[in-house]
Design a protein around this ligand. Structure first.
Ligand SMILES: [Zn+2]
Length: 433
């Protein structure tokens, strides 16, 4: 016995999670008295597109707020070379990505930030937000999110026929005119967050200052002097570089408070496309070129949402590789009420269940009922101890030797855990006695 030589830990309680449309993590209360300092529900997602912002501009800029969104600035490829097409692609889940990295989020082909199923099966792993609808805005709305959008570019003007399409599904949309409005956009979004109260949000912001002519409020150069015009023959690359960077730094300062409110939620910062600055004699965007397709990508996915995605993926892999063991929904339980688990009960898991490990925790896959269950840290240890069948008293004895816990507490928690397994119909009928 090694009582006292391990840190005290509480036994895990089984959590039940069925496959579902989107993560159902706990709600973080946004009800506080600090007004705009209130953080959003942690299921929320903020998507920022820095219009036309080049990867090299983002890397070079002094933009601490935007850079703090993720641990790495990724050099991604945009889904298109102009605003409308790129955003419409993102609206169905195809965000800028890296083809060479088979990782979730970084490569939307592998797993997306958000995905529209259109009733189709996934070819690859689950996305952070699995949505149903005609686009992600509609999908988030159907999933109970409040959807708020604010676009600087003319494409997002809901008063135009094309803009009406791209903005159609937002609960709230604003357009302050093209393209220098980030200060008013941020203020409006902050007001919207204040009004939204609790509940998850999908917030979209398209920033115009980084778009040619690269100007921001009070900039010391003329807004009428555009250094990046299609078909120009004069080389103004240096002006483009300096001005887009200055614009991004201005934008960064304006977005600090908004980003702070999403610190505990998920944030994606990217660009819809880049710009050519004389590469191959080309200026601006709207043409397919490595410079118009290369964009920055920085992101943070809220850990519980990421973990839920990973567990669902593991469960699906286990299901797929054990397909022959899947039984009909009536998995053989007798239907008779089982006597409650006591210390003398020998418990065993149903033989058709599949167990797999994610993040050091056991997932119990119940294929017959299309559900999976996370056992929690210490619950995982109990599941391992159960093995082919073991008495509750044996399990208690082993755990007392491992954890700093008294006999009564350990007994109560083991029995509670095993009874929870029984209530979920995860225990074998035959082995219980
Ligand atoms: Zn654009």
């Amino acid at each position: 016995m090694r009582r006292g030589n391990r840190p005290a830990r509480r036994l895990g309680v089984v959590q039940v999670q069925a496959t579902r449309a989107h993560p159902d993590v706990d709600t973080h209360s946004s009800a506080d008295t600090t007004g705009r300092a209130a953080t959003v529900d942690r299921r929320s997602l903020l998507l920022i597109t820095l219009d036309s912002c080049r990867y090299d501009t983002f890397v070079a800029a002094d933009a601490p707020n935007l850079k703090a969104v993720g641990v790495e600035i990724h050099r991604a490829q945009a889904p298109s070379h102009f605003t409308y097409a790129s955003h419409m692609a993102m609206w169905v889940g195809v965000t800028p990505g890296m083809a060479e990295r088979a990782e979730p989020y970084l490569n939307p082909k592998f797993a997306k930030f958000f995905r529209i199923s259109n009733g189709a099966r996934r070819a690859y792993g689950p996305s952070a937000f699995e949505l149903e609808g005609r686009n992600i805005v509609d999908g988030f709305g159907q999933a109970g999110y409040r959807t708020i959008g604010c676009g600087a570019l003319g494409w997002f003007n809901p008063a135009t026929p094309a803009g009406a399409v791209i903005t159609a599904d937002f609960d709230r949309i604003s357009h302050y005119g093209w393209p220098w409005s980030v200060k008013r956009q941020a203020a409006w979004l902050n007001d919207q967050l204040d009004e939204a109260g609790g509940g998850p949000l999908f917030v979209f912001l398209n920033v115009g200052e980084t778009h040619a002519p690269y100007w921001h409020e009070a900039a010391p150069w003329s807004a009428d002097d555009n250094p990046c015009q299609p078909f120009q023959t004069v080389d103004r690359r240096a002006d483009c570089q300096a001005r887009q960077r200055a614009c991004l730094e201005y934008v960064d300062a304006q977005l600090g408070p908004l980003l702070a409110r999403f610190a505990g939620a998920s944030v994606v910062v990217t660009a819809d496309h880049g710009d050519c600055w004389g590469e191959d004699g080309i200026w601006e965007h709207g043409v397919s070129h490595p410079a118009t397709l290369t964009v920055p990508l920085v992101f943070h996915v809220e850990p519980e949402i990421d973990r839920t995605r990973a567990m669902l993926h593991a469960a699906e892999l286990a299901l797929a590789s054990n397909g022959e063991r899947v039984l009909p929904a009536s998995h053989g339980a007798s239907g008779d009420p089982q006597p409650p688990v006591t210390l003398e009960t020998v418990v065993a898991l149903r033989k058709d269940l599949v167990c797999t490990e994610v993040d050091g925790e056991v997932l119990i896959i119940d294929a017959a009922n299309r559900r999976y269950h996370s056992a929690g840290a210490t619950g995982s240890r109990i599941v391992e101890l159960i093995g082919e069948g073991r008495s509750a008293a044996d399990i208690v004895a082993v755990l007392i030797g491992v954890y700093d816990i008294d006999h009564q507490t350990c007994t109560d928690e083991v029995l509670a855990f095993l009874r929870a397994l029984g209530e979920k119909e995860l225990l074998s009928d035959g082995e219980c006695r």
